[in-house]
Design a protein around this ligand. Structure first.
Ligand SMILES: NC(=O)c1ccc[n+]([C@@H]2O[C@H](COP(=O)([O-])OP(=O)(O)OC[C@H]3O[C@@H](n4cnc5c(N)ncnc54)[C@H](OP(=O)(O)O)[C@@H]3O)[C@@H](O)[C@H]2O)c1
Length: 215
């Protein structure tokens, strides 16, 4: 399976590229600037010569993947998704974004559509399946391939087949995926990111995650 990462030069995008590349997936790392994507992909390839990874601009990257992961700041979502929308048609989009309001602790902005993931679904239209995921996995931990991942990751979406694809990806990188329900619960998932950032600050940690019990 081929996976495109929009905003793949950032903390979360690069971390997911490393973990999914290690799991054997072919990665297309996207950036607004093709050169920046190529440099980031080459840097990963130098340290991990067996990885299949290429850098492209976001729009080209979106055309290459079977699954597209969105790892960009909330303020850029509308512009980016309008740009890649055509190349994403009929595919699965994994939205990881959070409308963070910086602070100690940070909080999240209320989104008229209900959540960032629902906003993305409105932009791309019903032919494309948006799944909300990976909100509680620390980018810091993802970027350290010497450390195993553990814990749960909540997955929300309206299409079961799309959710199962995302659950398989989560499992392949060492997380336990849990089906959290339809896309409209995504605001709760997105709020967990700001909660965990606040807890990392309070406990002086970098990679607090979540674990559900008695499931
Ligand atoms: N970091 C985490 O642990 C974590 C965990 C859960 C969820 N999230 C969410 O995941 C998303 C990505 O987080 P991140 O920490 O990886 O973000 P980031 O490093 O700040 O940004 C990711 C990439 O987005 C692109 N970008 C930055 N500003 C942009 C703008 N104004 N317009 C268009 N593209 C822009 C950049 O790529 P180019 O310059 O190459 O285009 C950048 O490398 C955010 O929505 C965040 O809330 C993060």
């Amino acid at each position: 399976m081929r996976i495109s990462i929009i905003g793949g030069t950032g903390n979360l995008g690069k971390g997911l590229a490393l973990r999914l590349g290690k799991a054997g997936y072919h990665i297309f790392l996207g950036s607004r600037l093709m050169e920046k994507a190529i440099d980031a992909a080459n840097e990963i390839k130098e340290k991990n010569p067996d990885f299949k990874i290429e850098g492209l601009d976001n729009i080209q990257a979106a055309s290459m993947g079977d699954v597209i992961i969105l790892t960009v700041p909330f303020k850029s979502i509308e512009e980016i998704m309008t740009g890649v929308c055509e190349n994403a048609k009929g595919k699965v989009i994994i939205d990881t974004s959070v409308a963070l309001i910086p602070g100690k602790p940070p909080t999240t902005e209320r989104i008229p559509e209900g959540s960032v993931a629902q906003k993305v679904q409105e932009i791309v239209g019903e032919e494309t399946q948006v799944v909300s995921a990976f909100h509680t996995v620390s980018a810091h931990l993802l970027n350290d391939l010497d450390k195993e991942l553990s814990g749960d990751t909540l997955i929300a979406g309206d299409n079961q087949e799309a959710k199962e694809i995302v659950m398989t990806l989560a499992e392949k990188i060492g997380l336990r995926p849990l089906d959290a329900g339809p896309l409209r619960v995504s605001s709760t998932l997105e709020d967990l990111t700001s909660l965990l950032i606040g807890m990392n600050i309070r406990f002086k940690k970098k990679s607090i995650g979540i674990n559900f019990v008695n499931i």
